[in-house]
Design a protein around this ligand. Structure first.
Ligand code: ADP
Ligand code: MG
Length: 485
């Protein structure tokens, strides 16, 4: 939904473009063999290349290239068979070489597009401008010592994919939906874990305003390194209001880089366009241009998994699920796989219901991921089989399920141990029906004189006497004939 800002002099439209930095899943760094593992002791994963020692030469990691191509394909983007690594020169203490190896004029991936899903069920196509590979910098730590800063180079040299969007987003909701969708696609592809709180995905948010109906872009500000969806939403809200006030007062927006301050909940100027770095890009003389063979790219194409949108469409078409249920099930690949195992050979809608309403609800309460579920997909399937063949009622099944969540036992073991088997024996149920009718002469008279609604009361009483185990269909049939008799 496009967000419109109402000013004193008219309506304004928000225009947003995002640059997402996504850390590539690879065992070693982009140009060195050092490990990329997260959370290790500072400076234990730094090769001479990462530390910028004189005379060290970068060696390109093929896995990172493959991951970038895979991601490009997943974003429906053009794969450039010729790309060039360039040096982006700037000074910063956590950048020992004095330059970052990136890609500038010739990125590995060109234009693409993805569909974002809005909460009201609508979708919108968002253009991808490019994706390029670059090195991450190290980390400066300013809060460990009163007067010194420390530097951890473990992250220095890890491969990042910078994914740049077209300025197609029209509000904070769309920006968040875009990031969520990119994250989902990357996770499906296995090219980035998407953990924003660990910094493996962060975004630069470009925001500008223009008068409603205007087609030219306004002057933008870029908010650097926003690292949660909440911060993306909040910084856009703040920044667009700030720009609105300036524009309404007839002032100009100065193109600049700003920072989001989570504590003060405001964006602050970091540097203006005039102070912007001159990166003096030039092709890295230590690295040859990257040439990809079509056959190699095609091989990667053939191993692409089914992506979220395709999966969603298949869940709707092949399983008859609602778009809403399908969307919930495809959020994570593991969740979709779980559902498919449960639904295989069973009623898909029933399976979807159980996964969404019972399983996901219970996991959420226990704060567990689906791959930590105490109830395996096979066990949940086994429970559904017991309902389908009338061994237990749907109601009892919920109790059995709770027990399964607690004990990880399979359904039939629990049903056996607790004696929960449904009673379908007509004789036994008939005895209960007779008892209930005998115990409630007043209600029987009332029912017979036309109070049909009391039927439910009798059903309830019989079920209660059977401790929930009587087959409801049999109870209904017997009660009908006896009450009317
Ligand atoms: P730079 O590399 O200097 O940041 P780019 O032209 O590559 O500049 O743009 C970076 C991002 O800014 C892109 O995501 C693009 O969509 C977005 N962008 C460009 N112009 C605007 C604008 N006027 N308003 C909002 N976003 C913009
Ligand atoms: Mg930028």
């Amino acid at each position: 939904m496009a967000e419109t800002l109402q000013g004193k002099t008219g309506e304004w439209e928000m225009v947003i473009g995002l640059e997402i930095h996504a850390q590539v899943i690879a065992k070693s760094k982009l140009f060195s063999g050092a490990s990329t593992e997260f959370g290790s002791q500072p400076n234990t994963q730094v090769s001479f290349v990462d530390a910028g020692m004189p005379g060290m030469l970068p060696v390109l990691n093929e896995v990172c290239v493959e991951q970038a191509v895979r991601t490009g394909l997943g974003l429906n983007a053009q794969i450039n068979h010729h790309s060039v690594f360039a040096r982006k020169n700037y000074f910063y203490p956590d950048l020992p070489t004095g330059y970052q190896i990136s890609q500038f004029e010739d990125p590995i991936v060109g234009e693409g597009n993805i569909e974002i899903d809005m909460e009201d069920g609508t979708t919108k196509n968002i253009g991808i401008t490019r994706l390029h590979l670059e090195q991450d910098a190290g980390k400066s730590i300013h809060d460990m010592h009163p007067s010194k800063s420390y530097i951890d180079l473990n992250r220095a040299g890890c491969a990042l994919m910078e994914i740049v969007s077209e300025p197609d987003l029209r509000g904070g909701d769309e920006a968040c939906a875009y990031i969520s969708k990119i994250r989902m696609i990357l996770r499906y592809l296995g090219t980035c874990d998407g953990n924003m709180d660990e910094g493996s995905m962060r975004a630069d948010v470009n925001v500008s305003l223009r008068r409603k109906g205007e087609t030219e872009l306004g002057t933008r500000c870029e908010i650097k390194n926003v690292n949660s969806l909440k911060a993306v939403q909040q910084s856009i809200t703040y920044e667009s209001k700030r720009q609105l006030e300036l524009l309404e007062d007839g002032e100009k927006i100065h193109q600049e880089t700003r920072l989001w301050d989570t504590n003060k909940m405001e964006t602050r100027s970091m540097r203006s366009k005039e102070e912007a770095h001159d990166y003096r890009y030039f092709p890295d003389p230590d690295l040859l241009p990257l040439e990809l063979e079509s056959s190699w790219v095609n091989q990667i194409k053939e191993t692409l998994p089914e992506l979220p949108d395709q999966k969603k469409a298949r869940f709707v078409d092949a399983f008859g699920l609602s778009l809403y249920d399908a969307s919930i099930l495809i959020t994570e690949r593991a969740r979709a796989d779980y559902f498919e195992t449960v639904s295989s050979g069973r009623d898909s809608k029933v399976a979807a219901n159980w996964v969404i309403n019972e399983l996901l609800g219970a996991l959420n309460k226990m704060d567990l991921e689906i791959n930590q579920s105490p109830v395996t997909a096979q066990h949940l399937g086994g429970l559904l089989d017991l309902i389908a063949d009338n061994t237990i009622s749907g109601k009892i099944a919920k109790d059995v399920f709770s027990e399964m969540m607690e004990t990880s036992k399979d359904a039939s073991t629990i049903v056996e141990e607790k004696g929960l088997k449904q009673v379908t024996d007509t004789g036994a149920i008939e005895a209960l029906v007779d008892e209930v009718i005998a115990e409630n002469p007043d209600n029987l008279a009332a029912y017979r004189s036309g109070k049909d609604r009391l039927f439910g009361f009798f059903v309830g009483q019989v079920m209660k006497k059977s401790q929930g185990k009587a087959n409801p269909a049999v109870v209904n049939t017997l009660l009908k004939s006896k009450l009317n008799g």
